[in-house]
Design a protein around this ligand. Sequence first.
Ligand code: UDP
Ligand code: MN
Length: 278
Amino acid sequence: MTDAPLLDRAPGGPCAYVTLVTNADYLPGAVALVNSLRRTGTTADVVVLHTGGVDPAALAPLAERGARLAVCGLLPTSEEFNLAHSRRAQHTRAPFTKGEKPAFHTPLDNFAKLRLWQLPYERVVFLDADIIVLRSIDRLFDYPEFSAAPNVYESVADFRRLNSGVFAARPSGATFAAMLARLDTPGAFWKRTDQTFLEAFFPDWQGLPVYDNLLQYVWFNLPELWDWTLARVIHFQYEKPWDPANPKRGQLAPLIALWQAFHDDVALPELPEPCTSS
Ligand code: UDP
Ligand code: MN
């Protein structure tokens, strides 16, 4: 693998928040995320990995908000791998039964997250583009590789799995090469793409508090877990708050209003308590 560096390491220190945008549909998410990070007062760099599929003019708002743009390719995976992880193949072989993915979600693109291991930083906190950060999470830079929060959005059983929307990692070319070797072997199928892969690659993953990656379904499935005083990150897994076709708009209205305020960079709305009528 003789890829050119994705980014020269000039600005800032050794730590960076990194997100990924492979198509214009995820741009509103990245704008809200970058705005939210800035509001926490962090001095760490913010890097947006993008795969060249987005018009440079459309990316400008991210640069205006201080984000560093790093263009990268999708991973050099085989045709067989790409077919196995196409949207149609993935939805057929491992259907989503708990929520809906937006029409614009391309599963294969998720693997491009692994490019962060090629970045010229010592410590990285990766954040999906469908996330808002409510208060500082700079302490996550001190967590070891690989740290992630549990994939909790329905029941206690969820605690055994990680969610790859937020994680702490240490970039390294050697790790990146080892990942590529492990990822694309004959017959490989990673059911939940990068998430399943990362769980297998780092079987001894460290747990982060659930409040470092609070999944939006907790709002209605586990309202007793919702705590505005503790929540640091809200992750809009499955349906996206900016998608006009989001079928859960009503159920998630207060969270969507909050996301919108971060996106528009205006005063935040009042935070109601979730409904706990059980
Ligand atoms: N992503 C992207 N384009 C895609 C699919 C995913 O840029 O077509 C990136 C984006 O950062 C997104 C992340 O990969 O937030 C993971 O996908 P998503 O958040 O939609 O998955 P979920 O959290 O719903 O499992
Ligand atoms: Mn996500």
